[in-house]
Design a binder for this molecule. Structure first.
Ligand code: ATP
Length: 212
């Protein structure tokens, strides 16, 4: 069973990586694929190029078994719709293999604004990484989807290829890429917020206004 964690990764940081490792262990995933978004339909374009974001991700996960970078959205022209990405993964994995889309609880709450969102549970399970105590949607279309499809055991994800929703508590470190970019632009230190190997690329390529 594999998991995918989509994001802009502009840049990747320990919040993403810690969540990926914890979800991999908790769900017993063979692999978590970090999937950098090419052209996000719902937000401003990333600051760093796809090639730079991919290089930072690859440097960040080097040597960590079970984490991989999946660059298919960078290689595909046009807006990066998750439904298209899941369909392409599904075509590779076949119709039996369980596939988990890993999302933060904030992203999950806005799922009904994603392109063709009703197709997403047909293609993958949803695993919602939840900060202990954070609210889940109580009303609306996403709350109804959750009520209809929620399971409480990881084992329930293995008996079907897609369609179930598991809420999984994880440690959410209070780190954001927005904050890292702001610190770099202000000439301040970002050490210990992201892996040193990714930071070396930020410095070498002078990303986000960083000095060398
Ligand atoms: P930005 O600040 O530019 O919006 P971000 O730091 O929120 O970026 P994204 O690349 O947008 O990072 O996030 C990708 C995925 O990682 C999302 O599912 C998001 O919920 C999750 N994520 C982001 N930050 C954290 C964090 N600190 N801990 C756990 N998960 C996180």
């Amino acid at each position: 069973m594999i998991g995918v964690l989509g994001g802009t990764f502009d840049p990747v940081h320990f919040g993403h990586l810690r969540a990926a490792v914890e979800l991999r262990e908790a769900l017993g995933l063979d692999e978590v694929r970090l999937l950098p978004c090419g052209s996000p339909p719902h937000r401003d374009p990333p600051v760093a190029s796809g090639a730079d974001r991919r290089a930072m991700l690859e440097a960040a996960i080097a040597g960590e078994p079970g984490l991989a970078v999946d660059a298919r959205e960078l290689e595909r022209p046009g807006p990066s719709y998750m439904v298209d990405t899941l369909a392409s993964l599904r075509a590779e994995l076949g119709h039996q293999e369980p596939l988990c889309l890993l999302v933060g609880s904030d992203a999950f709450a806005g799922l009904d604004r994603w392109h063709e969102w009703r197709r997403i549970p047909e293609l993958a399970h949803l695993v919602v990484a939840r900060r202990p105590g954070a609210d889940l949607p109580g009303t609306g279309a996403v709350a109804e989807l959750l009520a209809a499809r929620r399971v409480h055991e990881v084992a329930a994800l293995r008996t079907r290829p897609a369609g179930r929703i598991l809420i999984q508590p994880v440690t959410l470190l209070d780190i954001s890429a927005t904050r890292i970019r702001a610190l770099l632009a202000a000439g301040r230190s970002v050490r210990y917020l992201l892996p040193e190997a990714a930071l070396e690329i930020v410095r070498a390529r002078r990303l986000y206004g960083a000095g060398a």
